[in-house]
Write a protein that binds this ligand. Sequence first.
Ligand code: ATR
Length: 277
Amino acid sequence: MKKWFAVIGDPIAHSKSPNMHNAWFEEMNIDAAYIPLHVKSENLESAISSLKTLGASGWNVTIPHKQTIIPFLDELDPLADKMGAVNTVVRLQDGRLKGYNTDGAGFVHALEEVIGKDNKDQEVLLIGAGGAARGIAFALQLFGYRKLTITNRTVEKAEDIIVELGEGKAMSIKEAEQSLGKFGIVIQSTSVGLANGEVKLPLSLEKLQEGAIAADIVYNPLMTPFLLEAQKKNVTIVNGLGMFVHQGAIAYNYWLEQYPNTNNMIKRLTEELVQLI
Ligand code: ATR
């Protein structure tokens, strides 16, 4: 029987996941379909029940359901459990639902696709302490990046993540600006500058190390204000598109036990996004 998958969220029309997964199914000769489903918060429980009844093999979960879906799942992958958020659900052979979070690992895969795996000793600065930052912090630790500092406008939230990690440092934005020169990898995970078309940076990049690695989790625009400013210091740029594609690829692998081609997909989506500018 044809398999089917979905992404549930509110809003959902903008999601690029259906195009990406359907293209992979075609490329890999999988008889399956992936559809966007607009699910409002008050309908989450009945939507999950319908997905089960109608035989979905799995689905992605996006805003605002990443946390609230957890009580409706039967099992959680340890990383998703730590993060307290799920972006991928797998319907197991016996019908039970297992939740995963592929966002953080997607980020690290994307980072390592650009910079390789030999930079784990670098001092890493993570800017932001929201849901996305949490996922990235846990994944960085899991993949062996152990020198992590988190900075955030609300520094207490950075401290909370550090306590949960059991290692690393939290610092204010001011302190991070002062000590920016010691970080080899700087990751921007806030939503600063996304609203109202304003161009703002989460912190001053004046002291950014020449030749550092600068990564952003935002992929539209591909070159964010943070990356444009960082580029002036001759840095290696990692835009947010790789994270998006790899979180999808890891989910695909959980569902179908094959890893799809991420390079072609990144090229293809880059072309689409460049055309939008
Ligand atoms: P996400 O799930 O995308 O991470 P989030 O959980 O709402 O979204 O987190 C947003 C992040 O962007 C937080 O780190 C937030 O800082 P606070 O914890 O201090 O709110 C950061 N952020 C959003 N708008 C900001 C702004 N105008 N200035 C500085 N930081 C901002």
